[in-house]
Structure formats: structure tokens, C-alpha cells
Design a binder for this molecule. Structure first.
Ligand code: ATP
Length: 214
């Protein structure tokens, strides 16, 4: 059987330790061999990232240099439509087949807002959801029907993630990082240091490109 792989979508404006560290812990915990970072396209009618798509990818490259767990897939940037995860997962399945175990990694905040995602009910037919903890967010859904949906799909055992291609939710026991890209951009705009929030190679890139200045 093929090894469990995972996709990790985000705007990554910029990528930071709140993305990298929990995912590294998740991978160790679950035996994940490969995590593919999937930078989002942000459609024109939405608030735009401050960094360009090319800069966001460059920052991912800086961040993962020397980290063999990670690679990058830029397919969503090639579209000029919104990044619908379900569409990306369908394309991925068409390429890799239905049998490959696949996780889609999200933070707890994304889990809580999942019901607003396009065709969210189709997601578990395409992947497992691997959820990293994020400080400051509730550990339960407010809506009882969402909590019930979660309970019904919780994986009882890591082996289910490897033995089945999709269908389970794994609430990982990951370290808490109280970091957001918003906070990093805010600190940069105010000339405050961010040394402990993101990899030095990404900070160097931000400095070189003059990103997140006022
Ligand atoms: P912004 O502050 O610009 O909204 P962000 O820091 O939340 O950005 P995104 O690129 O939007 O980062 O997040 C991509 C994914 O990473 C989402 O699933 C989100 O839940 C998760 N994530 C982001 N930051 C953390 C964190 N500190 N801990 C756990 N998960 C996180």
C-alpha cells in the first residue's frame, strides 16, 4: 500500500513556525512521510495578500530548505478562480488514483469554520482531515450537528489513516504556537522584531524584498 501523504493549504503571507512546527509534530505522530504545501490563490474580490504569489512561494522555498518532509505544489496559483480545496483534491485524486491515503492538514480555527467551505461535505470522501491544535480556538463546535459530524468521523486509531484512503478526522496532539501571519505583518509594519516567529531564511527574504513595510 502507498504511504500516507498530506496536503497543507494556506495563504502563507508569510509562512511561520505556527505552520511548520505543529505539522512536523503531526508527521512524527502519524508516520506521515510527505507534506505538500499548497499556497492559495486569493481571488481579486477578496483582500489581497501583501506578498505576491511568487514571493509567497519563494518564502515557502526558504522555509523548507533542508526539511525533506516538505515540498510545494503551486497548482492553485495557476488558476484565476478561488482556491477551492475540494476541486484541488479532486484533481489530485484524478492524478494519483482513489487508493492512495491522503490527509489534508488544517488548524483548529479552520476546522471550526469548515461548514463555510465550498462543498465541505465532500471533503471526507477525498481525504482525511488532519487537525493541528491552535491556541485561542474552541476545542468543540458550537453547533451540535457539527460536533456530531466530527464525532462520527473521528479516527480511533492512527492505522485507519494509513489503511484507508480518506474518510477520517484526526485531532492531533500538537504543540501550541500562538503565531499568525497577521501578527507577523503587524510587527513588521511597526518595525518590531519577529525572530522567534518564523525561520531566519524567511526573515532574510522579507528584508531583501522589502516586504511588509508601510
Ligand atoms: P492570517 O493571519 O494571514 O489569516 P494564518 O497565520 O492564519 O494567516 P494561513 O496561511 O491562513 O495562516 O493558515 C493556513 C493553515 O494553517 C490554516 O489551516 C490554519 O488553521 C493553520 N494555522 C495557521 N497558523 C497556525 C497556528 N499558529 N497553529 C496551528 N495552525 C495554524
Amino acid at each position: 500500500m502507498s504511504e500516507l501523504q498530506a496536503l497543507f493549504g494556506g495563504t502563507f503571507d508569510p509562512i511561520h513556525f505556527g505552520h511548520l512546527r505543529p505539522v512536523e509534530a503531526l508527521a512524527q505522530q502519524t508516520g506521515l512521510q510527505r507534506v505538500t504545501l499548497l499556497p492559495n490563490n486569493v481571488p481579486p474580490h477578496r483582500p489581497q495578500p501583501e506578498a505576491s504569489a511568487a514571493q509567497r512561494v519563494d518564502m515557502l522555498r526558504c522555509a523548507i530548505a533542508g526539511l525533506p518532509l516538505f515540498d510545494i505544489d503551486t497548482r492553485e496559483l495557476a488558476r484565476d478562480t478561488p482556491s477551492w480545496t475540494v476541486t484541488t483534491l479532486e484533481a489530485w485524486r484524478a492524478e494519483r488514483g482513489v487508493a492512495q491515503p491522503l490527509g489534508f492538514i488544517i488548524g483548529q480555527d479552520s476546522l471550526l469554520s469548515l461548514a463555510s467551505w465550498h462543498r465541505w461535505q465532500d471533503l471526507l470522501s477525498l481525504c482525511h482531515l488532519l487537525v493541528c491544535q491552535r491556541p485561542g480556538y474552541a476545542t468543540r463546535f458550537e453547533a451540535p450537528e457539527m460536533q456530531q459530524w466530527l464525532n462520527e468521523h473521528l479516527a480511533g486509531d492512527i492505522r485507519q489513516l494509513h489503511q484507508q484512503p480518506a474518510g477520517h478526522i484526526w485531532l492531533a496532539d500538537t504543540p501550541l504556537y500562538n503565531i499568525s501571519a497577521t501578527e507577523i505583518r503587524r510587527r513588521r509594519h511597526q518595525n518590531l522584531p519577529c525572530d522567534d516567529l518564523l525561520p531566519p531564511a524567511v526573515i532574510d527574504y522579507i528584508d531583501r524584498e522589502g516586504l511588509y513595510r508601510d
